[in-house]
Write a protein that binds this ligand. Structure first.
Ligand SMILES: [Zn+2]
Ligand SMILES: [Zn+2]
Length: 604
C-alpha cells in the first residue's frame, strides 16, 4: 500500500495536534498504542516511529530487527486482546523538555527523540505522554478511557514506510489495522476492503485490456484500443458539457522556455516537479500545467470588457516529475491530460462564472451517478493580500454557491495562499471519498502576466481567472470510475457496447448484418465468430463486462430479430432488430446509467 495523502495528513496531525474530529479517532489512536505495546512485548528492542489514527483505522511504524510475517500479526493481535481484557486505563502525564528527551534517549527511542527535538519552542516546553499498563508513548491524545473500551479490531497488512516519508531516511515497517465500535462495522469494513481489492483498477485494467504500465516508461500508462474507446467516450461527454458552457478549445505546446515559468512562478515554486530540458542553449520545461500559456493567448490582442468572459479549454498533455516506484497506477502518473478550463473575466462576472462552473461540474458528474459535495476553502494563515481582498473573494464564492443552491461545507484555512477555492468531492460505490475538481479563483496570474482589458469608459482593468478541471485528469478519473463500476461500465462508456454471438457457423452472416446495423448508429459492437461453444462466448463477454450480448440463431435470422441478454442477466427473445438498435442507441445517447445491478453502482 502506498502512502497516500490522508496518511501524510494524519501523521502531521499527530505531531502537531490531536486532530480528533471523528469520535472513532480516539479509539483508533488508542488501538495504535495497544498495538505498539504488543509489538514491544514481542520485540523489546523495537524502535517506535509514529502511530496515528487514519480513515477507517490506524497504523504504527516500527524499526524492527527482522521483517514481520503473517504469524507475527496474529501473535500481536493475541497480545492486543490480552490488553483489552486487562482493561488498563489510559493515563496522561507531562514532562519538561529536558526530562522527556533524557527518558526517550534512555529508552532507546531515537525517532521519538527526533520528534521532540523538532517541536517548536512554544510547542516543545511541556511534553505530554500517555501510559497504559507498562507502555508509555509520547502523545497528544486523546484516548478512550481504558483499553477495555476498544471495539472489535483486526490487523490488516504491513508495508515499508520511510521515516517521515523521506527516501534518505530508514525504511520502517508499518502495520495497518482497523477498529470499529461494533462487529458489524468491522465486518462491513473488511468486506469493503476485499471488494476494493477485486476492483483495483490496475488489475481490472489488465483483465479488461484497457491499459498497461511498463518499466520503460514508469508511471505513465500505455492505452490499449479498449482503453482509448473509454477515453474518447469520456472526452466527447466533457466537450459536450464545455460547449454547453460556452467554451472554446485551445491547444498549447508541451516544450516551453523557462522564461514563461519564471513569469508564472513555476520555475521558483514547482521546478522539482518539472521535467527540465536543454533545448539548444536554452533551458525549457515540459509543461506541468496549462495556465501560463492560456495567459499568452489572452495577451495576443487588446481585449475589451465586451470580450469577457473568455472561456478557454485546453486538453493538452501535461508532464509532472512524480516519484516513480510508488505503485499508484492511474492515481499518480507522470504524463496526464486534464479537461482543463480557464475563464478570464471581469470582477463583476466572477459570481456568474463560478456558478456556471458549479453547474457544469454537476452536469458532467450526473451520468456516472455521482452527486458531488462542495467545500469552500478559505484564507490560510500564510497568505498574500489584505483582509478586504479575502473578504471580497470569499464573499463571491459564497454567493455563487448560494445562488446555485449548492450545499457546501467550509474548509477553514484550506485555500491557496493567493485566493480561496471550491473543492469538489465525491463518494464512490464503496463509500470512499475522492477529491476531484477544484474551482480556483485567481488574481495573481493576471498580475504576473500583466493582463488587462479596456473598460467601458476607456480605462484599463485586470481580469480575474478561474481555473478548473472537472474530471481532474482523465487518467485519475478512469482509475476512479473503473473501481467505482468494478469494470462494469454503463453502456455509454463501455469499450465494447454489444457483442453479437452466432449460435452456429451458419449464423455468422446474419451476425455481421446485426453488427453493421449497430455500427451504423455509432454503437461499438463486435461479432464473436470464434470456433467456441455459444455458452463459452457468453461467459467470456460476461467476464469482459460487455453490457449487451446478442445471441442470434435460425429464428432470429428468419425474423430479422435479436435475442438480447444483458450483463445483468435480463433476457429477451425475438426483439425486432430495428427496434433493438433504436432502443440501445437512445440509451447510449442519453448516457443512461444502464444496465446496472445494485452492487455495481450502489452508493454506501
Ligand atoms: Zn498517541
Ligand atoms: Zn490553471
Amino acid at each position: 500500500m502506498a502512502v497516500d495523502e490522508d496518511e501524510v495528513r494524519s501523521a502531521a496531525a499527530e505531531l502537531l495536534d490531536a486532530g480528533a474530529h471523528d469520535p472513532l479517532d480516539a479509539m483508533r489512536h488508542s488501538a495504535s498504542h495497544v498495538m505498539a505495546a504488543a509489538v514491544l512485548e514481542l520485540f523489546p528492542k523495537a524502535r517506535l516511529g509514529i502511530g496515528p489514527a487514519i480513515r477507517d483505522g490506524f497504523y504504527y511504524d516500527f524499526d524492527l530487527p527482522r521483517p514481520l510475517t503473517p504469524a507475527d500479526l496474529e501473535a500481536i493481535e493475541e497480545r492486543m486482546r490480552a490488553q483489552v481484557a486487562a482493561d488498563h486505563p489510559f493515563e496522561r502525564y507531562e514532562q519538561d523538555r529536558p526530562t522527556a528527551l533524557a527518558e526517550l534517549e534512555a529508552a532507546g527511542q531515537p525517532y521519538k527523540v527526533e520528534i521532540v527535538r523538532d517541536l517548536s519552542a512554544e510547542d516543545g516546553q511541556v511534553i505530554s505522554f500517555y501510559r497504559h499498563g507498562a507502555f508509555t508513548d509520547l502523545c497528544r491524545g486523546p484516548h478512550v478511557a481504558s483499553t477495555g473500551k476498544l471495539g472489535p479490531f483486526k490487523l490488516l497488512n504491513t508495508a515499508g514506510a520511510y521515516w517521515r516519508g523521506d527516501e534518505t531516511r530508514p525504511m520502517l515497517q508499518r502495520i495497518y489495522g482497523t477498529v470499529w465500535e461494533t462487529q458489524a462495522g468491522l465486518d462491513q469494513h473488511l468486506w469493503r476492503l476485499e471488494e476494493a481489492r477485486k476492483r483495483d483498477h490496475r488489475k481490472l485494467g489488465r483483465d479488461l485490456d484497457l491499459f498497461s504500465f511498463h518499466p520503460e516508461s514508469p508511471a505513465a500508462p500505455f492505452w490499449h484500443p479498449k482503453g482509448m474507446a473509454l477515453w474518447r467516450a469520456l472526452e466527447e461527454w466533457s466537450w459536450e458539457v464545455r460547449r454547453s458552457g460556452g467554451f472554446d478549445e485551445v491547444r498549447t505546446p508541451a516544450v516551453v522556455r523557462k522564461e514563461l515559468w519564471e513569469t508564472s512562478g513555476h520555475w521558483e515554486l514547482y521546478q522539482d516537479n518539472m521535467f527540465v530540458l536543454d533545448d539548444s542553449d536554452h533551458q525549457s520545461g515540459l509543461k506541468p500545467m496549462n495556465c501560463p500559456e492560456s495567459m499568452l493567448i489572452y495577451k495576443t490582442q487588446l481585449r475589451s470588457y465586451r470580450d469577457l468572459p473568455m472561456r478557454l479549454a485546453d486538453y493538452s498533455w501535461l508532464f509532472r516529475r512524480e516519484r516513480t516506484g510508488a505503485l499508484a497506477g492511474m492515481f499518480r502518473v507522470r504524463q496526464l491530460t486534464q479537461d482543463d478550463s480557464h475563464v478570464l473575466c471581469r470582477d463583476d462576472q466572477v459570481i456568474d462564472e463560478v456558478n456556471l462552473a458549479l453547474t457544469l461540474v454537476r452536469r458532467q458528474y450526473a451520468p456516472f451517478g455521482f452527486e458531488p459535495r462542495f467545500k469552500l476553502a478559505t484564507r490560510p494563515p500564510k497568505k498574500l493580500g489584505t483582509d478586504e481582498f479575502w473578504d471580497a473573494a470569499e464573499g463571491k464564492l459564497t454567493e455563487a454557491l448560494k445562488a446555485g443552491s449548492v450545499p457546501y461545507e467550509i474548509d477553514a484555512g484550506g485555500g491557496a495562499f493567493y485566493a480561496p477555492k471550491i473543492d469538489v468531492f465525491l463518494d464512490d460505490a464503496l463509500g470512499r471519498e475522492w477529491q476531484m475538481a477544484t474551482i480556483q479563483l485567481d488574481y495573481q496570474l493576471p498580475q504576473r502576466f500583466d493582463l488587462e482589458y479596456r473598460t467601458a469608459d476607456g480605462g484599463f482593468e485586470r481580469p480575474a481567472v478561474l481555473h478548473y478541471a472537472i474530471y481532474g485528469s482523465f487518467e485519475r478519473w478512469i482509475g476512479v470510475i473503473t473501481e467505482h463500476f468494478a469494470g462494469a461500465f454503463p453502456a455509454w462508456l463501455a469499450p465494447v457496447q454489444a457483442v453479437v454471438i452466432p449460435i452456429a457457423d451458419r449464423h455468422v452472416a446474419y451476425a455481421e448484418e446485426v453488427r453493421t446495423a449497430l455500427d451504423a448508429t455509432g454503437i461499438r459492437a463486435s461479432v464473436d465468430d470464434r470456433a467456441e461453444r455459444m455458452q463459452a462466448k457468453v461467459r467470456d463477454a460476461q467476464q469482459q463486462q460487455v453490457p449487451v450480448m446478442l445471441v442470434v440463431g435460425d429464428r432470429d435470422a428468419e425474423a430479422r430479430a435479436v435475442s438480447p441478454r444483458l450483463r445483468t442477466g435480463e433476457e429477451r427473445q425475438g426483439v425486432p432488430l430495428d427496434e433493438f438498435v433504436a432502443d440501445l442507441s437512445s440509451r447510449i445517447a442519453a448516457r443512461e446509467l444502464w444496465p446496472m445491478t445494485a452492487v455495481e453502482g450502489a452508493a454506501g
